[in-house]
Design a protein around this ligand. Structure first.
Ligand code: PLP
Length: 332
């Protein structure tokens, strides 16, 4: 356990992740200065945002004496891959309940990318059909394991419990510290949001520090009117757990669901454009499901004049790069 934080956590990530300028993308869009926070480079098994959450979740699992961790996600879940890696690192067994949303899609999607890595990392994969109640399935499996004398630790969808969100409270502080070192005044932090824990931790961290830096979550799937209250409740949970008196208001939680397209996981034209611009302009690889759609949202907001020239906007690259190998059509 690291001693620098009163909330128990283990060290899994390479921190701090870099905060880098994107001069070519900024010039191309003619808007604010875009900075990328490289949480795709968080280090564990191809990185991503969940590693920060898993530092807290795996410490909690260890405290509870867990001998197996369970979680769930869709076929190309980055969360599942990172959980499998964290479990391997901790020497704990891992079971992944994977919901196959698009079984009719090519083999690259249904066997490659993150799913290939889940197997390689030693997790046991339990297949679920599209539409199954995943929360119930997790609970049922945990009960079976308990009945067999095991001690399971259930990591909720996306690692988005109050404990998981702690990882992004500290990420907010890391961003503020780096901005300070670079003498930057931040206009906004923008990132992909899905199960809400990343945004909740960021909102809580920004509030705890009274930074005044707004956070814009661009949804990869869930409607804003569903997700925003989830994020707010988790952020309130983080603040309460830290024991600091801060109010998280509805205005602190901004979720934009305009860039989901048809459905979670289904590519959009604006995602193709965003992923391509970042790849060709900056040599950066974003993913088709989360960070690519969120970057598409940021680009649309820049074009619509949300920011002034000279503003500094941080885009968090939350990872997901292995999913590119599952979406072979993303190449232009
Ligand atoms: C690459 C990537 N970005 C963003 C997110 C969203 O994070 P959260 O579930 O904490 O909202 C995820 C979640 O799976 C992800 O894999």
């Amino acid at each position: 356990m690291a001693a620098s934080d009163a909330i128990p956590h283990v060290s899994l990530a390479h921190l701090p992740t870099p905060l880098e300028p994107l001069p070519r993308l900024s010039a191309e869009l003619g808007g604010p200065n875009i900075w990328v926070k490289r949480d795709d480079a968080s280090g564990l098994a191809m990185g991503g945002n969940k590693v920060r959450k898993l530092e807290y979740l795996m410490a909690d699992a260890a405290e509870q004496g867990a001998d197996i961790v369970l979680t769930t996600g869709a076929t190309q879940s980055n969360h599942c891959r990172q959980t499998a890696a964290a479990a391997a690192r901790m020497g704990v067994e891992c079971e992944l309940l994977i919901e196959h949303r698009f079984p009719e899609w090519p083999e690259a999607y249904n066997a490659g990318g993150n799913l290939q890595l889940d197997h390689l990392l030693g997790a046991t994969v339990i297949d679920l059909e599209r539409g199954v109640d995943r929360v119930q399935a997790l609970e049922d499996r945990a009960n079976e394991l308990r009945a067999a004398g095991r001690t399971p630790y259930v990591i909720p969808l996306g690692g988005s419990s109050v404990i998981g969100a702690m990882g992004y409270r500290t990420a907010a502080m890391e961003i503020l510290r780096q901005a300070d070192e670079l003498d930057l005044e931040l206009r906004e932090v923008v990132h992909a949001t899905a199960s809400g824990g990343t945004q909740a931790g960021l909102v809580a961290g920004m509030a705890i520090r009274r930074s005044g830096v707004p956070v814009l979550g661009i949804s990869a799937g869930a409607p804003a009117d569903y997700l925003a209250p989830v994020v707010r409740e988790l952020a309130e949970g983080v603040v309460a757990r830290i024991g600091i008196d801060r109010e998280i208001t509805a205005d602190d939680v901004v979720v934009d669901d305009d860039y989901v397209g048809e459905e979670y996981g289904i590519p959009t034209e604006s995602m193709h454009e965003a992923v391509s611009l970042a790849a060709r302009g900056e040599g950066l690889l974003f993913d088709p499901v989360y960070s690519g759609k969120a970057l598409a949202g940021l680009i649309a907001h820049i074009r619509a004049g949300r920011y002034a020239k000279g503003d500094n906007v941080v885009f968090i690259h939350t990872g997901g790069t292995p999913a590119l190998f599952a979406y072979r059509q993303v190449r232009r």
